[in-house]
Design a protein around this ligand. Structure first.
Ligand SMILES: O=C(O)CCC(=O)C(=O)O
Ligand SMILES: [Fe+2]
Length: 319
């Protein structure tokens, strides 16, 4: 397969097992954001530049809301496949349900998971119930607010105005492309080996917020400078922290100042819990017709739509 984007060349080389190394993933306290904006900006910028991953706490989304979103997802995933198949993923539209269909260029096997994606302008006929819709649209809006808060910090450091990224992700625009993705990784049979819950990849978007559950670990990150050595650091899952990472779109937009780093979800090893695992990701992806162009012009301008089209084409079967 030949890939047009340099990001994809990177991804096709990252499938190996590598080694593990403990390293601090910073926890940044967002309380009193308006008053502490400059201090928080400094902290998120440094963590993003150094590791590309960080966690935020006191982030303003109530734990009860996070748990309600997880419970709603869990109830949906418990339905028979034949029922879930009434809401099929619309390829290229990041909306609907898929199972075992995402093949990462790094490993070539399907991620051992199912997911339901919500991209607001693409949801006609895809809502399983009113309750599901109400709960998750509300949660999506909370995630967006948090993502825009963090992106406003990056905007000012890059020399854009504070609302630059909020305009680029305006939810009232039919070209809105940010996505909430509910993820369910299957329980792993005792004899299963060699499969990944999520193969090594970078995210396509500007900024990802990842909600995980206490004790459901498995996420590992490989900061850019260790890419060749393949040294992976576990990111502890916890209910109160939101794990954040920079995606490829913001890496481009920042002329590579902010790194989009490889990460993956490993399958449980010997002696580890082989039960199912849940997570919820919010991908802040710029609206379709927004042009991505960094302050220093390092890459040719490309619309967000064209950029995402190329990334999705390389990641799903049958494209
Ligand atoms: O489930 C996780 O912890 C990570 C998921 C992820 O990296 C993704 O969906 O892009
Ligand atoms: Fe990811």
């Amino acid at each position: 397969m030949s890939y047009e984007l340099t990001e994809l060349h990177r991804e096709s080389r990252m499938g190996g097992l590598g080694t593990e190394m403990a390293r601090e993933i910073r926890r940044i306290d967002l309380s009193d954001f308006a008053a502490r904006r400059d201090e928080i900006t400094e902290q998120v910028w440094n963590a993003a530049v150094e590791i590309g991953f960080f966690q935020v706490v006191a982030h303003g989304i109530d734990l009860a809301d996070v748990r309600e979103a997880f419970a709603t997802a869990e109830r949906f995933f418990a339905l028979p496949d034949a029922t879930k198949a009434r809401y099929p993923l619309r390829k290229g539209r990041n909306a609907g349900w898929e199972s075992l269909s995402q093949v990462r260029p790094s490993v070539g096997t399907p991620d051992q998971k199912e997911s339901f994606q919500i991209t607001r302008p693409h949801m006609d006929g895809l809502w399983p119930s009113d309750e599901f819709r109400t709960t998750l649209l509300r949660f999506e809006a909370q995630c967006r607010d948090l993502a825009m808060k963090l992106l406003s910090c990056f905007a000012t450091r890059l020399g854009f105005d504070a609302d630059f990224f909020a305009r680029a992700h305006d939810p009232s625009d039919p070209g809105y492309r940010s996505t909430l993705r509910l993820l369910h990784y299957f329980a792993v049979p005792p004899d299963a080996t060699g499969l990944w819950r999520a193969g090594a990849h970078t995210d396509f978007d500007c900024l990802t917020l990842l909600f995980q559950r206490d004790g459901q670990s498995g996420l590992q990150v490989c900061p850019g400078r260790e890419r060749d050595a393949g040294t992976w650091t576990p990111v502890e899952a916890s209910d109160d922290a939101v794990t954040c990472n920079i995606g490829d779109m913001l890496m481009r937009w920042s002329d590579d100042l902010l790194p989009s780093n490889f990460h993956r979800v490993k399958s449980p090893g010997p002696g580890e819990d082989r039960g199912p695992r849940q997570s919820i990701a919010f991908f802040a992806q710029a609206n379709a017709d927004v042009v991505i162009e960094g302050p220093a012009g390092r890459y040719p301008p490309i619309t967000a739509e064209e950029y995402l089209r190329q990334r999705i084409a390389a990641n799903y079967r049958g494209t």
